[in-house]
Design a protein around this ligand. Sequence first.
Ligand code: HEM
Length: 203
Amino acid sequence: MHADPVVLRDVRDELMAHALVRADETNYHTLNVDSVLSACPVLNSTVHEVFRFRGIGTGMVRRVLADQRLGSGYMLKKGGLVFAPNSVQHFGVTRAWDADCDIFGHRRFLQLNGGGLKGTSALRIFGGGGSYCPGRHFASAQLLVFAALVALRADIRPVPGREWANATADKSFGLGIATGFLMPDSDLEVKILSTGKNVVIIK
Ligand code: HEM
């Protein structure tokens, strides 16, 4: 978010309008978690786009239960394993994504007519088909609230000489479940400043 002023402004404006209960006299604002999850489509779309754009590991592995022909090109043999890399699902399936899917677009998952998010089964970060990650709502909700807090409370900038435009994320995957995600190839050194807003969470 902080690397792109347009994304940061959009997310902050939305949170301020729909999820932040302001108490101007005390500067002690309250973030409404329910509203972050249900009334902030731009933030939700941005997090989905991070899942799509960075989540290009191989999260889905399936065993072939019976010989099966896939289209005219592939014969899947019983007992084999099929690895479905998200790098293909999240970019190469052109019918699922717009032509600009090779660039990051924080509004990609917004419904055109406003309100809500587009559903797409091509987003495979939590699995797909007959089996999905049962912790996906829990994980997404935590990420959304954390992202909301960071957007509202922190100004994050690269330290001089370590500009984000020069950062690469071409070859490193994380550990554990984060193997689904491309990570920066080296540490990002940043300066974190307070925006001066005191935010607490309520449920
Ligand atoms: C960003 C965080 C997470 C990601 C990207 C993620 C991703 C995945 C993926 C790709 C699978 C395999 C699904 C498939 O084979 O179709 C999976 C399975 C699973 N996940 Fe997650 N997960 C995350 C967080 C969590 C959390 C927080 C929990 C528990 C609270 C959880 C519990 C599980 C369990 C139990 C399975 C196995 C389900 C099964 O085999 O039927 N995950 N996850």
